[in-house]
Design a protein around this ligand. Structure first.
Ligand code: GDP
Length: 365
């Protein structure tokens, strides 16, 4: 499963955010959250479209897409040198597909800051530095292994890898992250097994007080300025407020309180959607009387690859796909009506699946 790791200094609001995410009540009735381990949760991806489809088909089962969220607590200054439980946490980050970096953007005298003052940009740099130092170690180890072959042998791949490693080294040494170096496909393949931490896509979550939930505050502005060259996304979330809202019993109550704060959609919902975009993911659906289900695929996938998400046999034996646009299905109300209106398209293996498509795959076994 796809996994996002929540990182940040102590006391910035990571567990508060994790608890918001993991609060079962915050989910629609059929969308349970389950905790695998104390710090790992599986969260269902909120998607109104799935609910609308289920309203039409009344299936026995509704299966939303899911993302795993891991609360990676305990990352502190010195972690890359094994400080605290440093290495263990860094190993946890290695297993994730994307990083959610929580930054404290709220004042509160009752919540101590490990560095004595609120400064999200400094905090971000502390965490970044630890990740970069760990990557530097990884890169240097690899350099010492390929150096000889790259310099003396005729192996083109070794030479190319060596050059990339040197670029990474320079970048990391200057306090920048590996994701800043753009690689071509060959380069990516050569570096795949390095599993660098700072290559992973990152989403910054500015944890603010309630009054700043909509427009942010001076701390958010500082973060925005600091990351403007990273091309990274920033999300403003009032974690504590949202944790309180998530405690409310009914969806209507929660929605009412959200509107009161000035929000239309919960931070959790925005966070998951952003994580999806960050990972370049989209959703297609399969629907029928037995099951209504959301499937996650990489944006730009062609029909056979998207079918492979359901089962590898679907990809191998792919013949064609019958595709209905979500809007048509909702407007016409049934597959039969869609067919009659001539809106069911039969697509071949070159078809690029679009977000929201309702797919039916035909395949050979
Ligand atoms: P973690 O160490 O990063 O997991 O931080 P926690 O989630 O445990 O939060 C540390 C403390 O800050 C807790 O007492 C939270 O209630 C509090 N806290 C978290 N978010 C906010 C916020 O947005 N505003 C305020 N005032 N307090 C918060």
């Amino acid at each position: 499963a796809l996994q996002c790791g929540i990182v940040g200094l102590p006391n910035v609001g990571k567990s508060t955010l994790f608890n918001c995410l993991s609060n079962a009540k915050a989910q629609a009735a059929n969308f349970p959250f389950c905790t695998i381990e104390p710090n790992v949760g599986v969260i269902t991806v909120p998607d109104e479209r799935l609910i609308k489809l289920a309203d039409i088909d009344k299936p026995l089962k509704i299966v939303p897409a899911t993302v795993e969220i891991v609360d990676i607590a305990g990352l502190v200054k010195g972690a890359s040198k094994g400080e605290g439980l440093g290495n263990k946490f860094l190993a946890n980050i290695r297993d994730t597909d994307a990083i959610i970096h929580v930054l404290r953007c709220f004042d509160d005298e009752n919540v101590t800051h490990v560095d004595g003052s609120v400064d999200p940009v400094r905090d971000k740099e502390i965490i970044d530095a630890e990740l970069q130092l760990k990557d530097l170690e990884t890169v240097e180890t690899r350099i010492s292994r390929v150096e000889k072959m790259a310099k003396t042998g005729s192996d083109k791949s070794a030479k190319k890898l060596y050059e990339i490693l040197l670029e990474y080294k320079a970048l990391l040494q200057s306090g920048r992250s590996a994701r800043e170096l753009e690689l071509d496909e060959t380069g990516k393949a050569l570096c795949y097994d390095l599993h660098l931490l700072t290559v992973k896509p990152v989403l910054y979550v500015c944890n603010v007080d309630e009054a700043s939930a909509v427009n942010g505050n001076k701390y958010v502005d500082m973060v925005r300025e600091a990351v403007k060259n990273e091309g990274a996304q920033i999300l403003i979330v009032a974690a504590k407020t949202e944790a309180e809202i998530a405690e409310l019993e009914t969806y209507e109550e929660r929605q009412m309180f959200l509107e009161e704060v000035g929000l239309h959609e919960s931070g959790v919902s925005r966070l998951i959607k952003s994580a999806y975009a960050l990972l370049n993911l989209e959703t297609y659906f399969t629907t029928g009387k037995t099951e209504c289900r959301a499937w996650t695929y990489h944006k730009g996938s062609k029909a056979p690859q998207a079918a492979g998400v359901i089962h590898t046999d679907f990809e191998k034996g792919f013949i064609r796909a019958e595709v209905i646009k979500y809007a048509d299905y909702i407007a016409l109300g049934s597959e039969a009506a869609v067919k009659e209106a001539g809106k069911l398209a039969v697509e071949g293996k070159e078809y690029v699946v679009q977000d929201g498509d309702i797919m039916h795959f035909r395949f050979n076994v």
